[in-house]
Design a protein around this ligand. Sequence first.
Ligand SMILES: Cc1ncc(COP(=O)(O)O)c(C=O)c1O
Length: 394
Amino acid sequence: MTRIASRVSQLNGEGALAVYSCAKELERQGRSIIHLELGEPDFHPAAPVVDAIRNAVAAGRDRYCSTRGVPALREAIAEYLKRTRRLDVATEQVLIAPGCKMALSLAMMALIEPGDEVLYPDPGFPIYPSFTRGLGAAAVPFGLEEKNKFQPDIEEIARKITARTSMIIFNSPNNPTGTVFSNSALENLAKLAVKHDLWILSDEIYARILFTGEYKSIWSLPVMAERTVIIDGFSKSFAMTGWRLGYAVAPTQVIDAMDLLVLNTFTCTAEFTQVAAIEALRDSTNAVDTMVAEYRKRRDQFIAGLARIPGFRCQAPDGAFYAWVNIEETGLSAEELQKVLLEEAGVAGIAGAAFGPGGKNYLRFSLVSARNLLEEALERMQRVSTQWRATVSQ
Ligand SMILES: Cc1ncc(COP(=O)(O)O)c(C=O)c1O
């Protein structure tokens, strides 16, 4: 009998993409939609990066290349992490993949056994529990709650660790809450990892999009470089989503295992994108700082505007480019609000349950549209809020 392997039934999709297709359909019917649903920057890579990919293709850098990635890029990443995150990373500890998601899944395939338990943040990136289940392991959520300023509750995590727990996954700054894990949270997570001999999978894709302080990676804490895998890439910090370029930083035995998985699947990441990525890391036009300054303005404007909408409550995120809005006081469910906002206001946001049960009373808006569009979105939402205003003031 022909059948699909059961592991596929364990996977889930991504809510953002479902809302995006509804929004696209409304646009096709002539409606004006402001897209705040996808985590895709409206910026494009800096001009020297675009020149670099053109030159790389013209120079014939379009061959099969090293399974681990082009050595010059791996070296440049080690240097970049030293410069921007004060990390000591050897070139041998870096592996290039087509996107952060691929780096993430290779690391998970290399380290998770069927029957393991893996702790992950709720709300969080929906692929963590999905891929964990796909590997035959149990995904165990830990809460990021508003009452704790969306910081992890270390006691809850400690309680949930069992003899089967093999990994803690987290993402700081977090998608969707924008929380940057505090130094004490990182130190306590590190202590738990050492005590229970766990892997840490630290998804640092938003590390450069930071509004306060300097980024601290759990890798830099004593002995943590032995048991941490960092996932990062070019999609968000360098506005290179469609280039599909990410990387993992890990102990060399993990990199060796991931390398064998690369060889057995996609062989290598496109060479010309890797060559151009070296130019992105060089950042000769200061594109990252310019982009982050703009995200900060958008954040300040949008968070201030949300406060005017009855029943909406939102803490200013410390990093990433999302607004995570508590809508409990509107008396409507997040799904009802998502629908009203899309169909009646033409504003596409996502009901928070797409990021786990902890997101039930929230909506996520991505600050990936220009400030005039964000202002227009706020005005439109204010206009339709007459539908629930009475509930809030009761
Ligand atoms: C937390 C997190 N990790 C990973 C990814 C995937 O990154 P990439 O597009 O490089 O595969 C995303 C994308 O939204 C994300 O939010």
